[in-house]
Design a binder for this molecule. Structure first.
Ligand SMILES: Nc1ncnc2c1ncn2[C@@H]1O[C@H](COP(=O)(O)OP(=O)(O)O)[C@@H](O)[C@H]1O
Ligand SMILES: [Mg+2]
Length: 300
């Protein structure tokens, strides 16, 4: 059984497909990074799962049941667009209203539970309008966590946050996943940030899933490469190409792919009067993997 299983999902707006037969599988317990360019259909997918939009075709299953099942609906929490809070009310009051709305018993206990998860216990009396963007996002997550959902859906929660805000958000999301056994679906275009926490990825393009893979599979697929910063980049590249099969100029570096032996490459460069100023051995990260995947698909 999976937390989310989507097959052939379609949704159009004014005759234009936003989703054109999307398939998606989110394993239970995963932090699923849902990645795609602006307009690729991430928010539409999340809104359909949450019932904020009505689908044209396809099926959505949550924890093995149709997504309209009332029991299963109660296990989904979401933050899409904004928290829907009253600006002039305190964080606590906003959460209190939501507990009334959801019919949650032991409201005070539940509010303190979710405030603790998002690390906002000390700020509970702060008016929502006085919160920073990062705090507003965390209040939104607290709202979504009321009632202890088994699946949390977040639309670009990291967007616009500063480095510190991102770090706190990352820690909170890992906590939610690991300590509270909640599956987390996060859409984002900030790939580097997702890479630090995601256990699975789904890459969407023009309303279709291009690829789904686990972080482990991604790690295995990631190619190793050695980068060189040199004064005479073009000379270095033509020289390297004589000896190595996969040489590219990327981000101002000469890169030799699929080669582990740094010493040998450096020796070869120096013998040919090219002295590298900087040498880095690396693996293709999520961002580059994504760019490569996208350029392959475009070429087809
Ligand atoms: N309510 C709407 N009315 C008309 N078009 C929409 C609406 N919502 C989304 N779209 C269109 O659907 C496509 C997918 O949008 P969206 O799901 O928001 O993408 P993403 O979240 O990946 O940026 C875009 O072309 C967008 O313009
Ligand atoms: Mg969006």
């Amino acid at each position: 059984m999976n937390a989310i299983e989507i097959k052939g999902l379609k949704k159009s707006f004014r005759g234009m497909y936003a989703l054109n037969g999307l398939d998606m599988t989110v394993p239970i317990g995963s932090i699923y990074g849902f990645i795609g360019e602006n307009g690729s259909g991430k928010s539409t997918t999340e809104k359909l799962i949450c019932g904020h939009l009505v689908k044209d075709a396809g099926s959505i299953k949550l924890f093995g049941k149709d997504y309209t099942d009332a029991g299963v609906r109660a296990r989904v929490g979401a933050l899409i667009e904004n928290a829907g809070c009253f600006a002039g009310s305190s964080i606590y009051t906003n959460l209190k209203m939501q507990t009334l709305n959801l019919g949650i018993k032991n409201a005070d206990e539940e509010i303190m539970r979710v405030l603790k998860i998002v690390r906002m216990e000390e700020h509970k009396e702060l008016k929502f309008k006085k919160c920073s963007l990062g705090m507003k996002q965390r209040v939104g997550i607290a709202m979504a966590l009321l009632g202890n959902p088994a699946l949390l859906i977040l639309d670009e929660p990291i967007n616009g946050l500063d480095t510190d805000g991102m770090r706190i958000m990352r820690e909170i999301l890992v906590d939610i996943s690991q300590k509270y056994n909640c599956t987390v679906l996060i859409s984002s275009h900030i790939l580097g940030e997702l890479e630090k926490i995601a256990t699975h990825y789904g890459i969407i393009r023009q309303g279709k899933m291009v690829q789904e893979l686990s972080a482990k599979e991604m790690e295995e697929r990631a190619r190793v490469f050695v980068s060189f910063k040199v004064n005479n980049l073009q000379d270095a590249i033509s020289l390297l190409k004589k000896k190595y099969a996969n040489v590219k100029e990327e981000f101002g570096y000469a890169r030799v792919y699929d080669e582990e032996n740094v010493d040998e490459i450096v020796k070869y460069l120096i013998e040919n009067n090219i002295v590298p100023a900087e040498i880095k051995k690396n693996k293709v990260g999520l961002e580059e993997y994504y760019i490569q995947l996208m350029s392959q698909k475009e070429g087809e």
